[in-house]
Ligand binder design. Structure first.
Ligand code: PMP
Length: 393
């Protein structure tokens, strides 16, 4: 018997990237491929205390069903912290999700009819492309430079294109490029979205992980009409395994997302929410973020210094002021996928860049993660990668 799957399944393919990431579980491989936070900084001791305390204080409540919107103290703590990014909201504007990846999936479900247009950066986050794809949109990629989308290109596309539902972006230390939007473009983006009456999905997992320079206000800070949906997460500033993210938007939009959440999984894990909430309320998250930033800054600097020494002329890369990633551009004739196989023969992994282009594309690129390998492995891995590059260029 052949099972008759829904049409949408034909759009959902196992990517070769996922296969590659599976390989990198092998401890003998120096992996710059995943987007993993540094595990050695996870607050394990604190979570042992917290787990005990949550169960002592709240008993069965911590193991019970709870509301779809999420644990109120957690929503309050998150609303309070968002002020740091210039967002003025209350818990009523927040829905707790199972990571921000769920916020992406729900945004696809909320906005996209088949054939609608989604505008995104070129390149953009692979996980968002995959989440939206299930709903059958057409993607139009907007050209970017070191300061975000090029506004003239965005305006031209908005003018020419009907059926644009939303503009998706990662404004800070973007995955994969490591680039950050400047203030002017954030503001202008919101003006254009208002003018053409389209929503903005701001996916902002890295905004607080700035190693130098001034913390920038979120795009949602510039919102005047409530058409910005902000997706946040504790994955990169606390720990991803708890799966705590959130959607922040005006109340009537949150109500729609709540309907989707209800029919999807009822609610986010009660115990995780209570643990996260206690960490935010009773422990020093700001000191914890400082620790993360200090380690990542050291690793970024070391990786960039070694790249400078080891990578041949003709290869260029971005300079991320925060986050987890560096984006490498090879000469046009080179192919990041083919090179990845050669790098793997040397037990080094990265993610080829082609998959980060919604409509396929620029294969002479790759993404390097600098947060998860220790200093010795960074140097050794970049040396090996440099050798492969010098041989192939
Ligand atoms: N958006 C972006 C840009 C990301 O890089 C990630 C994590 N790789 C996510 C969303 C999803 O993160 P999480 O579901 O852990 O919050």
């Amino acid at each position: 018997m052949t099972l008759k799957y829904a049409d949408r399944m034909s759009r959902m393919k196992a990517s070769d990237i996922r296969e590659l990431l599976k390989l990198t579980q092998d401890p003998t491989i120096i992996s710059f491929a995943g987007g993993l936070p540094a595990e050695e900084l996870f607050p394990v001791e604190e979570l042992m205390e917290i787990s005990q305390k949550v169960l002592e204080d709240l008993g069965g409540k911590a193991l019970q069903y709870s509301t779809t919107e999420g644990h109120i103290p957690l929503r309050k703590a998150i609303a309070k912290r968002m002020k740091k990014l210039g967002i003025d909201m209350t818990e009523e504007n927040i829905l707790i999700t199972n990571g921000s990846q769920q916020g992406l999936e729900f945004s696809g479900k909320l906005f996209i009819n088949e054939g609608d247009v989604v505008l995104c950066e070129r390149p953009t986050y692979l996980g968002a492309i995959d989440a939206f794809k299930a709903y059958g949109p057409e993607f139009i990629e907007i050209q970017t430079d070191d300061n975000g989308m090029i506004m003239e290109d965005l305006e031209r596309v908005l003018k020419e294109t009907k059926k644009v539902k939303f503009i998706y972006l990662v404004p800070d230390f973007q995955n994969p490029s490591g680039r950050t939007w400047n203030r002017e473009r954030r503001k202008r983006l919101v003006e254009l979205a208002n003018q053409y009456d389209v929503a903005i999905i701001e996916d902002n997992p890295y905004g607080e992980l700035r190693f130098e320079g001034e913390l920038l206000p979120a795009v949602a800070h510039y919102d005047t009409t409530g058409n910005v949906v902000f997706l946040g997460t504790l994955s990169k500033i606390f720990c991803p395994g708890l799966r705590i993210g959130w959607i922040a938007a005006k109340k009537e939009v949150i109500e729609k997302y709540v309907l989707i959440k209800q029919s999807s999984d009822l609610q986010t894990n009660t115990l995780s929410q209570m643990q996260a909430s206690m960490f935010l309320e009773e422990y020093d998250i700001e000191a914890h973020i400082e620790k993360i930033k200090n380690l990542y800054r050291t690793r970024r600097d070391l990786m960039m210094k070694t790249m400078k020494e080891e990578f041949p002329e003709g290869v260029s890369w971005t300079y991320p002021e925060g986050g987890l990633f560096i984006w490498v551009v090879l000469p046009e004739h080179m192919n990041g996928r083919e090179l990845a196989i050669k790098a793997l023969e040397q037990n080094v992994a990265y993610v080829p860049g082609g998959a980060f282009f919604a409509n396929g594309g620029q294969e002479n690129t790759f993404r390097l993660n600098f947060s998860s390998m220790d200093e010795a492995r960074i140097v050794e891995g970049i040396k090996r990668l440099g050798k492969v590059l010098r041989e192939e260029i």
